[in-house]
Design a protein around this ligand. Structure first.
Ligand code: GLN
Length: 484
């Protein structure tokens, strides 16, 4: 079998010791064997991947260097635009739409030598925490097919966990990378807002959305961010700086770092998850970090503010799907009836719920009471984090309050589903980076992710801590005889 990580695989392909063409066949064989059960993909672009791999092998043979991701197999969340390749957002309303351009991240992956293998399933328009809201059926968790992979980037998380791709990209508006990463036992990063271009990411809530990687290792996520990060003039919210250098941080250890424990963290996490969080603090302390108690009082209001801000922005962003410019059209007697017939048939229930909440929150007479108040909470959360980061370099929380849950467990109760993101949402509201690192297992032997949070552009210190957690986890696995 070819190497499992992007760093090792790219090194092998660049040196000519492994052929990208063989790598792609290995991945396609695994997909053939298990994708019927997992359903990570909306589309597998096997032929394009084979052609692309062949061209990479030709370049290596002729003495050329295809780049730092040479031959690395990538899966893309199906809300990232790919030129000429269907991009559905797992919604009926976009069926048949082929974007006329590539997202910036897709261009940058290609320029680095990566091979795109397909588009992954998601909750419709990235709204959800289980991938059960996909119009094309759910994705299953590769660790236990009776359970969800998390969401909304469930397909991207499952694709890496099942080794259907070396790495994948997702988007995170309120937790959609970190929560499925936790539930599928892989690394998932939400970068600082503006660190990665959103050009070509289908917009859900533009002030919150960020693209980020899913990988097997912390080092692979660092490499991916170095490739996809950095200024892009086509995204006006992109930070006008080059990508941060992250791989150089990984070996620095955590000695002398201050790791914050949020004393007033909202309750709701299961005991097995909290036990792993405690173990993470212990592991970092054992490596020379200092654990400090901080408070972030407004953290607890994050969910409330998010469910006004995100639907408000979504109701405006999704107004463009009117049967005229994209995908589906349901014909009717006049234009207005065509709009409503198209939207009634094209959007699923959760998307309709968000559009209604958002439209209400923005309507005259309610704007100040709801949307305006949510913006004030956003400011309070930012202030509270700012004072916490005077005492701590990073903060640690659970990524998800529970391990992967069974299908249907929260299906009838939107609030129960929304609570999956209680620990991830505040980060998006303030634009900070955060990542989920696999840190052992909880109930039923299922993966648990610990979330590392850092202030704006604090990715270097966040990755140092993540690398230390990964190393501690590896050591404890080795001690216990290699059990997962
Ligand atoms: N689960 C949250 C929601 O449904 C977050 C989704 C996301 O990050 N895209 O809105």
């Amino acid at each position: 079998m070819s190497p499992r990580t992007a760093v090792e695989l790219a090194a092998a392909v660049r040196s000519g010791s492994v052929r990208a063409g063989d790598v792609v066949e290995e991945y396609l064989a695994r997909i053939d064997a298990r994708e019927g059960d997992v359903h990570a993909f909306n589309l597998v672009t096997a032929d394009a991947a084979r052609e692309r791999a062949a061209s990479i092998d030709r370049r290596v043979a002729s003495g050329d260097d295809p780049g730092p991701l040479a031959g690395v197999v990538v899966a893309l969340k199906d809300n990232l635009c790919t030129r000429g390749i269907p991009t559905t957002c797992s919604s009926r309303i976009l069926e048949g739409w082929r974007p006329p351009y590539d997202a910036t991240v897709v261009e940058r992956l290609a320029a680095a030598g990566a091979v795109v293998l397909g588009k992954t399933n998601l909750d419709e328009f990235a709204m959800g925490s289980s991938t059960e809201n996909s119009a094309f059926g759910p994705t299953r968790n590769p660790h236990d097919l009776s359970r969800v992979p998390g969401g909304s980037s469930g397909g991207s998380a499952a694709a890496v966990a099942a080794d259907f791709a070396t790495v994948s990209l997702g988007s995170d508006t309120g937790g959609s990378i970190r929560q499925p990463a936790a539930l599928c036992g892989v690394v998932g990063v939400k970068p600082t807002y503006g660190a990665v271009s959103r050009y070509g990411l289908v917009a859900f809530a533009s002030s919150l959305d960020q693209i980020g990687p899913f990988t097997h290792t912390v080092e692979d996520s660092a490499l991916l961010l170095e490739v996809i990060g950095g200024h892009d003039e086509r995204d006006s919210t992109s930070i006008p700086k080059p990508a941060l250098s992250l791989r150089s941080e990984l070996g620095r250890g955590v000695e002398g770092l201050r790791i914050g424990r949020i004393a007033d963290l909202p309750a709701g996490a299961d005991p097995d998850v909290l036990a792993r969080l405690d173990a993470a603090f212990d592991a970092l302390a054992a490596r020379g970090a200092t654990i400090v108690d901080v408070t972030v009082p407004a953290f607890t209001y994050g969910l409330t503010a998010y469910y006004l801000v995100a639907p408000a922005e979504a109701s405006s962003n999704l107004a463009r799907y009117d049967g005229v410019r994209f995908g589906l059209r349901v014909d009717a007697a006049d234009t207005n009836s065509m709009y409503s017939a198209t939207r009634a048939a094209g959007f699923g229930d959760e998307v309709k719920r968000r559009i209604m909440i958002g439209t209400y929150a923005l309507s005259a007479g309610y704007y100040d009471a709801y949307y305006g108040k949510a913006l004030k909470i956003r400011r309070l959360i930012a202030n509270d984090f700012e004072s916490a980061y005077r005492d701590a370099d990073v903060l640690l929380t659970p990524a998800s309050p529970t391990v992967a849950f069974p299908f249907g467990a929260k299906g009838d109760n939107p609030l129960a589903m929304y609570l999956c993101d209680i620990y991830t949402i505040p980060t998006n509201l303030v634009g900070h980076p955060a990542m989920s690192v696999p840190f052992g297992t909880g109930e039923h032997g299922l993966p648990v992710g610990v979330q590392v949070l850092a202030p704006t552009l604090g990715e270097p210190v966040m990755f140092r801590v993540a690398a230390a957690l990964e190393a501690a986890q590896r050591e404890s696995q080795a001690r216990s005889g290699g059990a997962a």
